[in-house]
Design a protein around this ligand. Structure first.
Ligand code: NDP
Ligand code: ZN
Length: 353
């Protein structure tokens, strides 16, 4: 079969592979909609420190079941399904009693695509523990909206959950790409008062306002800490990081008030180091929590995201800025995600086999 991925570190292209095989609990899926993600491009560039090669990328998909293992009870060939990007092994002890489903055995080990196997930019891909991870595609929700739940909504809303926003809080969202925009939508839903969004791309700024941003800060117009402290006269209650680099975390801490929370769902390159001045963290005595997280996984999580769409709480299709038709277009969509043109928020590819 064919797939699109990292031929070697820093080089993407089409790859030939054997069709994956389903174990007793697994399913083989044919994608009908996929979306490239910043994490695919980071992986292709080797930012996770791994020596990548001959790896099919992609982890955001909606698809059709083509084969199921002998013990799979809830799904059969022909079923349309939403595929969480994080598919825990629910038999691992690490996940039992742990609210953070991303870490079934070790850190982020529930993220199987890209890490322990090929991804979804393929004619066929493998899903472990199908009964506990797959979700039937609801007939009243579009494949496009469902596609946005599997990582963007789940991750962005995790940022909002980690920040623990209370009614009336002032919340800063650093980064308003697709993840930050979903964090923003979730933050509004959690009852924030003022929401300060930081980013520059005009499309993202427009959608940020539609999701409820009350102020926009441009990080290219000077220090974001000064800009936020100026606007808030003393800092924010919560800061969510969904963009930037290792310098962003100290900035987030500096703009957070005593008793506040900094929640990061951002990815940091392995070469980076956080340098937080003790005064920024209020000499370690300011009750400023610094939290981080990875996209929660599994069927229940995605069902909850779908409920938010069904009842009109969040429309995640606002973040889809570019739509492509056909398997071959995965390449164009991926390269677009890598190069991030000014009008990009999120590309999606729809496949009619
Ligand atoms: P994007 O690149 O689309 O968006 C990044 C945002 O950060 C943009 O708004 C960008 O502004 C802004 N930004 C860039 N540099 C700075 C800076 N120095 N200071 C402040 N803001 C800045 O990324 P995504 O939305 O796709 O992803 C966001 C992050 O989330 C990535 O690191 C990604 O890897 C990570 N991620 C994490 C997951 C998890 O499970 N934890 C899952 C998926 C993604 P501008 O408008 O100028 O572009
Ligand atoms: Zn992703």
């Amino acid at each position: 079969m064919r797939g699109y991925g990292a031929v070697k570190s820093g080089v993407s292209g089409w790859i030939e592979k054997d069709k994956p095989i389903a174990g007793p609990l697994d399913a083989i899926i044919r994608p009908i909609a996929v979306a490239p993600c910043s994490s695919d491009t980071h992986t292709m560039h080797g930012g996770s420190g791994r020596n990548i090669g001959n790896l099919i990328l992609g982890h955001e998909s909606v698809g059709e079941v083509v084969e199921t293992g002998s013990l799979v009870k809830k799904f059969k060939p022909g079923d349309k399904v939403v595929v969480p990007c994080v598919t825990p092994n629910w038999l691992e002890k690490g996940i039992q009693g742990n609210p953070y489903t991303a870490h079934d055995r070790t850190a982020m080990s529930s993220f199987k695509f890209l890490i322990s196997k090929d991804g979804v930019f393929a004619e066929f891909f493998h899903v472990n523990h199908a009964d506990a991870n797959l979700v039937p595609l609801p007939s009243d929700i579009s494949a496009e909206a469902a596609l946005m739940t599997v990582d963007m909504m789940s991750t962005g809303l995790h940022g909002a959950e980690l920040a623990g926003t209370q009614f009336g809080d002032t919340v800063v969202i650093i980064g308003i790409g697709p993840v930050g925009l979903m964090a923003l939508a979730g933050t509004k839903l959690r009852g924030a008062g003022r929401i300060i969004a930081i980013g520059t791309r005009p499309n993202c700024v427009k959608v940020a306002k539609e999701y409820g941003a009350t102020d926009i800060v441009n990080y290219k117009n000077g220090d974001i800490v000064e800009q936020v402290l100026d606007l808030t006269k003393g800092g924010a209650d919560r800061v969510i990081i969904a963009g930037g680099n290792a310098k962003t975390l100290p900035q987030a801490v500096r703009m957070t008030k005593a008793s506040g929370i900094v929640a990061s769902v951002n990815y940091y390159d392995q070469e980076e180091v956080f340098e937080i001045p003790t005064t920024a963290w209020l000499l370690g005595m300011g009750n400023i929590d610094i939290r981080s997280g990875f996209c929660p996984g599994g069927a229940l999580r995605i069902e909850k995201m779908l409920e938010l769409i069904r009842y009109g709480r969040i429309d995640p299709t606002k973040i889809v800025s570019h739509r492509f038709d056909g398997f071959e277009k995965i390449e164009e969509a991926f390269l677009m995600m890598d190069q991030k043109p000014a009008d990009l928020i999120k590309p999606a590819v729809f496949i009619n086999w």
